[in-house]
Design a protein around this ligand. Structure first.
Ligand code: ATP
Ligand code: MG
Length: 300
């Protein structure tokens, strides 16, 4: 498949799930089991399609790294068992590890809590030429912290700043922060892996019943299901308030892992393709120097 065709296909796939105008967004318009009409018979070929994507991505990353101008930040948010880890592992499997860094954000440490909430994320933003991946992110501040107010209470904020307006302010700060990144050559893309409650239950049961998957299961994950509807409301509000043209959200159907991976791969490819990445051009002096060195090497 030619690169042009791959980019075109990637655009088609990514277009279906990209949200650039939050105001119009409604979670109920997106189906976690959507496969764009591609039936499960395609599944064996999905691996092939992903391999094509992985290879294309590696090519783009090589140029991103060589050009050393843009950085790309990919943010993954999802309910447990939606497949964040698997997506990161498979979609990025072909990239040069030297130009890619992954950061997972768990419960904040005492040092984290002694700072504003963006601090721990800002410290690890990707260098120019790099792809940075956030497995969870500052968006947790509008999700788990919103669903569990006890986390907010631990944040040592001055009480007069903790008002009803806090979520609106956080969305505003995040929008401004992402605008700032985009103004400075850090391209932000955000992925919500949209899993159904039913499929989550199936995956949890699988984790309990398969010894090799036991380590992935924790009882507290299952307890969070009690708050499912609150989480969905929080996700919807988050996307409504933070999806913009410069930093879109992709609402990726997550009930079929093969499809999730293809869509994320497509979105990353079409984003890198839009940057018109090129290997740095070598000037006349450098060409002369190369020719002279070649001549010396050939003589000896
Ligand atoms: P996995 O379960 O696949 O290993 P994970 O991302 O779920 O990966 P865990 O260690 O299970 O990792 O969970 C991390 C937890 O940290 C999540 O429950 C998440 O909601 C929580 N967390 C992340 N950021 C914050 C935050 N700012 N405040 C409070 N809790 C947070
Ligand atoms: Mg977990």
């Amino acid at each position: 498949m030619k690169t042009k065709e791959i980019i075109k296909k990637a655009q088609q796939f990514a277009d279906a799930f990209r949200v650039t105008d939050g105001k119009k967004f409604r979670l109920k318009d997106f189906d976690p089991a959507d496969t764009l009409g591609i039936n499960s018979e395609f599944k064996p070929r999905a691996k092939e399609a992903l391999a094509v994507g992985v290879q294309a991505l590696a090519g783009f990353q090589d140029k991103l790294y060589a050009q050393d101008k843009w950085a790309m930040l990919l943010i993954f948010q999802a309910m447990d068992a939606a497949g964040k880890d698997g997506v990161i592992k498979h979609v990025m499997s072909g990239v040069n590890p030297q130009g890619c860094d992954v950061h997972s954000f768990k419960s904040p440490s005492a040092e984290d809590l002694d700072h504003d909430y963006l601090w721990r994320c800002m410290k690890v933003l990707p260098n120019r030429g790099h792809i940075g991946i956030f497995n969870r992110s500052y968006y947790e501040e509008t999700l788990v912290v919103r669903v569990h107010p006890e986390f907010l209470a631990k944040q040592k904020l001055p009480p007069e700043l903790v008002t009803k307006k806090i979520w609106k302010r956080r969305f505003e700060d995040i929008r401004n922060f992402e605008q700032y990144l985009s103004n400075n050559g850090v391209v932000v893309r955000k992925f919500f892996l949209h899993l159904s409650k039913k499929e989550q239950k199936r995956r949890f049961l699988e984790r309990i019943e398969t010894p090799d998957k036991n380590w992935k299961f924790s009882a507290s994950d299952a307890a969070e299901r009690e708050h499912w509807d609150e989480y969905m409301e929080a996700y919807e509000d988050m996307i409504r308030n933070t999806a913009t043209k410069e930093s879109p959200w992709y609402v990726v159907p997550a009930d079929n892992k093969w499809f999730t991976r293809i869509i994320v791969s497509a979105a990353v490819i079409e984003t890198l393709a839009s940057l018109d990445l090129k290997y740095p051009e070598v000037g006349r002096d450098k060409l002369k120097e190369l020719a002279a060195t070649k001549a010396v090497l050939l003589k000896k």
